[in-house]
Design a binder for this molecule. Sequence first.
Ligand SMILES: Nc1ncnc2c1ncn2[C@@H]1O[C@H](COP(=O)(O)OP(=O)(O)OP(=O)(O)O)[C@@H](O)[C@H]1O
Ligand SMILES: [Mg+2]
Length: 400
Amino acid sequence: METDSTEIIQLTHHFKCPRCGNIAEYSGRPNERVIVTCASCGTKGTITLPETKFSLQSTNGNAIEISHLKKMFGDFTAVDDVSFFVKKGEIFGLLGPNGAGKSTIIRMLCTLTTPTAGIATIAGFNVVKQSGKVRQHIGLVSEKMIMYDELTARENLKLFGNLYNLPKDALNKRIDELLQLVRMEKWADERIKTFSTGMKQRINVIRALVNQPEILFLDEPTLGLDPQSTAEIRELTRRINIEHGTTIILTTHIMGEADLLCKRIGIIDHGKIVALDTPANLKKIISGTDVSAFEIEISNLGPHMMSSIQKLSAVKSINQEDATHLLVRANGGDAFDTIVDSLRKNGAKVRMVKNLEPSLEDVFLHLTGHEARDKVSENNSSSTGFGHGPRRRRASRRIR
Ligand SMILES: Nc1ncnc2c1ncn2[C@@H]1O[C@H](COP(=O)(O)OP(=O)(O)OP(=O)(O)O)[C@@H](O)[C@H]1O
Ligand SMILES: [Mg+2]
């Protein structure tokens, strides 16, 4: 159902977990009852969002608001009841396995494809009813590079700038600024076909900035780039966000990149959001609030040492990795001292103890599983159809 500017749209709401006190934000329609799961301790609860009216242009401090968005291709549900918001000035990450629905969400937000159901607003404008206004506020770097090889960098930028009817002088000034931003001034009049992939992508990113968008969509901007170019695009993303206050939605398969850049991350699988929080809170899904994992190297590791720490109440699990390494998962702030004391009492020569932080990749694999998606979708299509929730699997480094 679509709304006009006087109708009620979605709200954001803070939910404080009654068990651990973690605060998370949820979005939905006024008076709507939503089931919430604490990203920190996993407690489930139901909240009813308050009744408030505001117009579409009243963005509630959010650059993007999405409510119950759905996209079907024939019988296939590519995006399934997705709701979230992106705050103004935020870098928001969308992570998910191949085919999860990330690009389809972005295409709907950029008015390139029409939602089957649900509502999305960009800078307060409805993506279906006010698509022209939406386009004025956004820039898109899509998965496929949109560039004319035979034209120079400047000609490519002018071509896209002319789509926004910018006055000639203003456009030329803007293009010079953008070329400077990516240190490509001296290549401005060279043809794109002579550029390396990294140089092409720098031009491709600034192409999306010609109209000075408030909101920038970056769909896998570092795909196929070498580590140097990847780092450059990452730095550029950060600068665009900090220096210009641009709101950014980023999709990437590089977990470290999302961890470094994004304030909040939504993990999507089979078209559904399966987790949404800050990177730090997402990692707590694996670690729990009070559980630490240690890698311990013992040069004379023996079975009696393992059984000595197994008896400790703080220790939840032990894995022997090889002849000299243990992975120990334990509860409580003093677990480290207790374990090392016990090992030493049993004659262990402890060479090294490392506190293992769970990575975003651990969280991602934990929530979305290890199976490659081409195989999964074959299985799905022959059995239960589409739009499944996550299969809960543990990340490979997790200690039981
Ligand atoms: N135009 C279309 N017609 C039919 N199916 C489509 C169309 N566009 C996307 N899909 C399907 O929708 C699903 C989601 O695709 P989408 O491109 O959004 O995934 P993604 O998360 O961006 O994946 P990737 O990480 O591989 O880029 C996929 O199964 C894809 O095959
Ligand atoms: Mg994609």
